[in-house]
Design a protein around this ligand. Structure first.
Ligand code: NAD
Length: 328
């Protein structure tokens, strides 16, 4: 099982492969990157990598606990110091992502532009749906979905004007598949996927590229649910290179979702069954649907497709306008 895996051993083995030749560096000189929630965990790793690769980095972090309690400047300050110590350029911002305009203003004030946004800040309020309060629900929507919206919204006019932008938003496998005790979080994270896909469409003409990652990493957030060896093995450093790739000017990928962790990266898409079209000139009864249920839900009859936009999605619905039974 996953618990029995020798994560530390695997990690040591991976380290010994570090002598692999670098295929050529993707640099970010002259670019300005904002990473939210960059005082710890995944955001910290993303910020350090962007700093190392030449970007000027805004290290945003409210310095709050995993459940969103309290605030502190220390986490952001520490990461700024780390980036500077490594020879990079960085400034701190301590605002909540709910005040996205202030986060973006820090980039404008310090560096005069904004090219890359990594929406990463997040908290948890896990509870069974029965016990979940309005506050548990609202806080999670505010930090994850509204925070992602607010930072993107504030940066958008700058990106449109300069005809350049890279936005990487953070969902979760939980936002794609659901998870017990995370109705609030899964809803916010699914919202981020849909939001990103729409921004990808609206940004395309201005060379604004928008993608979403569903990471797995050992951090303060996951330390509560993972054994220590797994936290150690699932280094955030395995996720950041994908964020850098998606943030680079050479990438053309947009409107996509990636699951990433432990050095493994995969793209996710929707699949739809071939479906069943009922005649439009006959009364459709629940019984008709029951009779064809195995066809409606069959992905394996060779007719399943992967719609990539709402036009493609609607085409099948529209085709059924012509589905007139001659025996009606
Ligand atoms: P983490 O708790 O280590 O770091 C999150 C950081 O965000 C903290 O430093 C915190 O102070 C900051 N933050 C919280 N609320 C903020 C706010 N309102 N404004 C600004 N900063 C705020 O968590 P992590 O595991 O690194 O998670 C990073 C992101 O990745 C989150 O969006 C999380 O939902 C997502 N994610 C993580 C995992 C994982 O396995 N770690 C899995 C799926 C999704």
């Amino acid at each position: 099982s996953i618990m029995d895996t020798d994560w530390v051993g695997l990690l040591e083995e991976a380290k010994s492969l570090d002598g692999n030749p670098n295929p050529g560096e993707l640099r970010f000189d002259g670019k300005v990157a904002i990473v939210t929630g960059a005082g710890a965990g995944l955001g910290r790793a993303h910020a350090l990598l962007f700093g190392k690769l030449g970007a000027s980095v805004v290290v945003n972090d409210l310095g709050t606990g995993v459940k969103g309690e309290g605030a502190a400047a220390t986490p952001a300050d520490k990461v700024v110091a780390e980036i500077k110590a490594a020879g990079g350029k960085a400034v701190a911002n301590y605002d909540s992502v709910e005040d996205g305009d202030k986060v973006v203003q820090t980039a404008i004030d310090a560096f005069g532009r904004v090219d890359i946004i990594v929406n990463n800040a997040g908290i948890l309020r896990d509870k069974s749906f029965t016990r979940m309060t309005d506050l548990d629900w609202d806080l999670i929507q505010r930090v994850h979905l509204r925070g992602t919206y607010k930072v993107a919204k504030a940066a958008w006019p700058y990106m449109l004007k300069q005809k350049y932008g890279r936005i990487i938003n953070t969902t979760s496998a939980v936002g794609l598949y659901g998870n017990f005790g995370q109705a609030n979080y899964s809803a916010a994270k699914a919202g981020i996927v849909a939001f990103s896909n729409t921004l990808a469409l609206e940004g395309a003409r201005a060379n604004i590229i928008v993608n979403t990652i569903a990471p797995n990493a050992g951090t303060a957030m996951t330390a509560t649910v993972m054994p220590p060896e797994m936290v150690e093995a699932l280094k955030p450093d395995y996720v950041s290179p994908l964020v850098a790739y998606l943030g680079h000017e050479s990438t053309s990928e947009t409107g996509s979702v990636f699951e990433v962790g432990s050095g493994w990266i995969a793209k996710v898409r929707w699949q739809r069954t071939g479906g069943v079209g009922f005649p439009v000139n006959k009364t459709l009864l629940p019984e008709h649907i029951a009779a064809r249920w195995s066809e409606i839900t069959n992905f394996d009859d060779g007719r399943a497709t992967y719609p990539t936009n709402t036009q493609e999605s609607f085409a099948a619905v529209q085709a059924n306008f012509e589905n007139v039974a001659s025996d009606a």
